[in-house]
Design a protein around this ligand. Structure first.
Ligand code: MV4
Length: 437
């Protein structure tokens, strides 16, 4: 969908791949050519590398855009594309694999002069962890180097919790990633999750496209509402984030689109992870910069220079994104498969809807539960919030439960309206509303 649109505007033909469960999706209808790559389960279709590569080769593709998930951060896939003469629309395989290993990413960022959380490299034993924690200072976090997203992560408040936490972080990491290696960080209390969008070309130019606040996350670490710029960020912290993001990209010779995730606590900023793909929430950045990030990805992947320098671009206004998922927000956001009945999306000035569904569409059980993203733009944050509330009320989706009401509930809170929220905000809100029932 998103990629078809960018390609159509660039005059580039598209081939959409789809699974047997996805043949009626909008991304398939919009493409110039389409090809089935296997049955519904992702391991047999969207993650099946030979099938994806074969589809590209038989249709004569020049390049593959990997999207947001699936193979987008798979260095082996990026290398296999190159080996078959296909341009992978993303950074170099070596950078994908360096950033995919969180302990390596942290070391590389530290070398680049980026502020990182106090902590360690890979820990080989509980004794090593206990000694390190004395230096770092409790509370600490044990994190899986193959992780991200919170898997294999354990809080440790004192030495007597270490043995258990270390063992369970390790075994969860081993089970999830077949890589049980873990490292340690000081636990940052009540941080905000703020990330910086970057773009690099193959001529060494790097620009940042400001930051997004992605602190409104479910207990499962999935984002629900994002906004740009981040509210209540001091000019000093904002400048530091932008500067570090560009410095980091120059250091690794980054090409294509990427995001550096930071934890922000007061005026302190700490690098957390780098995502080497275009992210779901990129539209809020596009809205405030007026730049099509997917078009820029395709341009730089085809060997063109970035069409602008840092001094050519600036922020205008404010944008908010609400994720409309087929989920039961009152029951731990349980995914809802089924058939959509009525589907009415909002419109009007300053509203953008990116979706793959329509009335009558079936939602298969195999994939992410996101149905649509609604993005509201306004001259001010207040205007964007009002516009989002209007757009959410204008939206009707029946047949499955959705996150629409929960988004409205969040937008109505004092914390959100004042821009005073951190990563604990949504989990706390969910507990307080559950207790009220
Ligand atoms: C942290 C942290 C506090 N201190 N690291 C969560 C998933 C993974 N991406 C890293 N995560 C965190 N790392 C230190 N040193 C808190 C979290 C965290 C979090 C981060 C961003 C957004 C939501 C979060 C929810 C819980 C924990």
């Amino acid at each position: 969908m998103r990629i078809n649109r960018a390609c159509q505007e660039l005059g580039v033909c598209t081939v959409a791949v789809f699974s047997e469960a996805d043949r009626d999706s909008l991304h398939v209808r919009q493409a110039d050519e389409t090809l089935c790559v296997g049955p519904g389960p992702v391991s047999r279709s969207y993650l099946n590398i030979p099938n994806i590569i074969s589809a590209a080769l038989v249709t004569g593709c020049d390049a593959i855009h990997p999207g947001y998930g699936f193979l987008a951060e798979n260095a082996r896939f990026a290398q296999i594309c190159a080996d078959h003469g296909l341009t992978f629309i993303g950074p170099q395989p070596s950078v994908i694999s360096a950033m995919g290993d969180k302990a390596t990413a942290k070391r590389v960022m530290h070398e680049a002069g980026v502020a990182t959380t106090p902590g360690t490299g890979i820990l080989d034993s509980v004794d090593e962890a206990l000694a390190a924690a004395e230096n770092v200072g409790y509370p600490v976090l044990i994190k899986a180097t193959a992780g991200g997203g919170g898997k294999g992560m354990r809080e440790v408040r004192s030495a007597d919790e270490m043995e258990r936490a270390f063992a369970s972080a390790r075994s969860e990491a081993e089970a999830s990633f077949k890589d049980g290696r873990v490292y340690m960080e000081k636990l940052i209390l009540n941080p905000r999750h703020i990330e910086v969008q970057v773009l690099g070309d193959s001529f060494g130019s790097v620009v940042h496209l400001g930051e997004r606040d992605c602190s409104v996350q479910k207990p499962s670490h999935q984002k629900l509402i994002e906004e740009a710029p981040a509210p209540r960020l001091s000019p000093a912290a904002r400048d530091a984030l932008h500067e570090m993001a560009v410095k980091a990209c120059r250091h690794v010779g980054y090409t294509n689109a990427g995001t550096l995730e930071f934890l922000v606590s007061g005026d302190h900023v700490y690098f957390m992870e780098m995502n080497t793909r275009i992210q779901v929430e990129h539209p809020v950045t596009e809205m405030i910069f007026g730049i099509d990030l997917v078009k820029e990805q395709i341009r730089v992947a085809s060997g063109e220079p970035l069409g602008f320098a840092q001094s050519d671009i600036r922020v205008r206004g404010h944008a908010i994104e609400c994720r409309i998922n087929a989920e039961d927000a009152e029951h731990n956001f349980a995914p809802q498969a089924g058939t959509l009945e009525t589907v009415v999306f909002p419109g009007g000035l300053g509203i953008r809807v990116d979706t793959h569904v329509y009335g009558g569409a079936t939602i298969p059980p195999y994939y992410d539960s996101m149905l649509a993203k609604i993005i509201a733009f306004g001259d001010t944050r207040e205007a964007a919030i009002s516009r989002m509330e209007r757009a959410l009320r204008e939206t009707t989706i029946t047949g499955v439960n959705t996150t629409i009401q929960k988004c409205l509930e969040i937008l109505a809170t004092r914390e959100f309206r004042e821009g005073r929220y951190d990563i604990g905000f949504l989990p706390a809100l969910l507990l307080s509303t559950a207790a009220a029932h």
